[in-house]
Design a protein around this ligand. Sequence first.
Ligand code: FMN
Length: 126
Amino acid sequence: LGRPHRVEGEVVHGDARGRTIGYPTANMDATPWAAVPADGVYAGFACWGEHRQPAAISIGTNPTFAGRERRVEAFLLDFDGDLYGAYMAYEFTHRLRPTLRFDSVDELVTQMAADVETTRTVTLSV
Ligand code: FMN
């Protein structure tokens, strides 16, 4: 493509579980025509206004929590703020892994920490 794939939409409320597990995410209501990538975990960027922040992006139904709805959500690195209602773009630069169902929240959180570190490394070189 010559540029990373992008999905755009408004940031909406999720289950607010992310905050309790230490990884608050921005849940995107993707535009109807969006080509949402296959379920999995990706490294990339969250872009809005003048901001372009590295992000670990999850697409899937959150099987660890027996979720049903497919979510497009991002944990933004080095960002702390309220993004509800913002119109954002997620750029996908690397696929990290498939979505997994973990036996415990602890295992999920350990894996998410690793995903965030991988995201930090790989987004430095794009
Ligand atoms: N959920 C899973 O069930 N399996 C996964 O493998 C998985 N990987 C994730 C990786 C990253 C980097 C992120 C940000 C989320 C991942 N999730 C995964 C989704 C979390 O379950 C979700 O962020 C959490 O439940 C909070 O959801 P909420 O924003 O709706 O409150």
